[in-house]
Ligand binder design. Structure first.
Ligand SMILES: [Zn+2]
Length: 467
């Protein structure tokens, strides 16, 4: 009997698994900045059918109008009829096809990436340049309502000689012209990024898990080895902090481009489950190897964003969610998501100036910001984190200073035996075990339980406005 079950499960596992949804992304016209997307369902869908574009990305703490760069949204029926879908009358990011009695098998639309780049923040936009397309999947892929949990096969079509790299299935052996990706759900697909074209570099570094550095720089090729070194050092630090790594592979995606419009293009990073993307202009290009000291001084952003693959992407609370949504949530724990993950590079790298930076952001800022409680500031930063970066800096700095104070207190009470490292591990393991977000009521008691030391006085102190 056991043998039969064993045989059966082998057959079951090795049978070809057909995806429930087929996505395609096509970029084959270099005279245009438009990419085409189709979504095909395995079985016809009864009307009404809604198609939705995300407006909320985990970690942006803002609203992004990806729906505004979409055009020609068409529903195709099982009879092959094509009908334009109607955009929501309230400008919600959704389109509807409701002809009674029809069955939909496909949705098609186009995305104008230059329009996106001109109207969205540079760290939220996909870009097209000669010999290169850098795609943030959530900026081009929406979902058909009700299909978010279905498995996906995604095919990318481009020019025959263009290599394709995907953070979902990274490899230095890149397919050219056409690549197939699998994702267990829309959210997994949306979390990824795709680079394609002859004008980017990929280098793999052997770390505790495979690390890929993938770089597009519009004016010249960058020196990649120090990015690799910083990625590997970040992995080592995080492994030490949390006792394990949560990903099977990791990609550092770099985009240094000349802006379409002259203007301020501040460098920004964005975290994903197995990757992070760093955006900026071509100032600060790395041309040669850096000194050990320079490597360390320029490391915090890489460590911080890789650290996000633990907190908040796999350990989070309140209304934050590690996947795209239609409406940005108002979050009370941005100080935890960001502040605790700025504390980590501060503590691990011991760079002079980081703590002074946190203090300046908290104490030498607008009185309008100082008079907000921690919760009010987090709520304001939920949609304006980088739109007015005083709010972003204010909230992460309050969280980092809270963590520094807790760390000092834990060490003092235990003769240096316990620290925030224990708190981080405890919270991460709690999230892994429970598989759900913690509530605002649970959070302070989880912090106390980590080392069985009462941290409530410090926690309460930081809830108040800044004097
Ligand atoms: Zn961050």
């Amino acid at each position: 009997m056991k043998y039969l079950i064993f045989l059966f499960s082998i057959c079951f596992l090795s049978a070809p698994v057909s995806a429930q949804l087929k996505y395609t992304l096509t970029y084959q016209d270099s005279s245009s900045s438009v990419v085409k997307v189709t979504i095909e369902t395995a079985a016809p869908l009864k009307t009404p059918v809604s198609f939705i574009m995300p407006r909320s990305i985990p970690g942006t703490y803002g609203i992004i109008f990806y729906d505004h760069f979409i055009r020609n949204v068409v529903a195709v029926t099982d009879q092959g009829e094509k009908t334009s879908m109607l955009k929501n009358e309230n400008d919600a990011p959704r389109w509807l096809y409701a002809d009674p009695g029809k069955q939909v098998t496909r949705i098609e639309y186009e995305v104008d990436l230059n329009r996106m780049e001109r109207h969205a923040a540079s760290s939220d936009a996909s870009i097209i340049r000669p010999g290169f397309a850098g795609i943030l999947n959530y900026s081009v892929f929406g979902w058909i309502e009700g299909t978010e949990k279905q498995t996906i096969q995604c095919t990318i079509h481009t020019f025959n000689n263009w290599p394709i790299f995907s953070t979902n299935q990274p490899s230095t052996q890149m397919m050219k012209g056409k690549a197939e990706l699998k994702a267990d759900s829309y959210h997994t697909l949306a979390d990824g990024q795709v680079f394609m074209g002859p004008n980017f570099q990929v280098k793999e570094f052997k770390g505790s898990t495979p690390l890929f550095v993938v770089s597009y720089c519009q004016t010249e090729n960058e020196w990649l080895d120090d990015y690799g070194l910083q990625g590997r050092m970040s992995m080592d630090i995080l492994q030490d902090y949390f006792g394990e790594l949560p990903f099977q592979h990791y990609s550092i995606m770099l985009i240094k481009s000349l802006p379409l419009e002259p203007g301020n293009n501040p460098p920004f990073g964005m975290e994903h489950l197995n990757s992070s993307t760093f955006f900026g202009d071509t100032s600060g290009i790395r041309r040669t190897a850096m000194s050990r000291d320079q490597v360390k001084r320029t490391m915090p952003t890489f460590l911080h964003h890789m650290g996000h693959s633990f907190i908040p992407l796999r350990c989070y609370g309140d209304t934050y969610r590690p996947y795209v949504q239609e409406i940005p949530p108002i979050i009370n724990t941005i100080w935890f998501n960001e502040g605790f993950m700025w504390f980590l590079p501060y503590e691990a790298l011991k760079l002079p100036g980081m703590k002074t930076g946190f203090e300046n952001n908290v104490y030498h800022t607008s009185s309008d910001i100082k008079k907000l409680s921690l919760q009010q500031l987090s709520q304001a930063a939920s949609t304006m984190y980088s739109a007015d970066f005083r709010l972003g800096r204010g909230i992460y700095s309050r969280g980092a200073l809270m963590a520094i104070e807790m760390n000092n207190y834990l060490k003092e009470k235990t003769n240096g035996k316990r620290s925030m490292k224990d708190v981080f591990r405890y919270l991460y393991q709690w999230s892994k075990k429970n598989g759900r977000p913690f509530t605002m009521e649970q959070l302070p008691s989880l912090l106390d339980q980590a080392c069985a030391i009462d941290l409530s006085t410090i926690y309460q102190k930081w809830q108040a406005p800044i004097e």
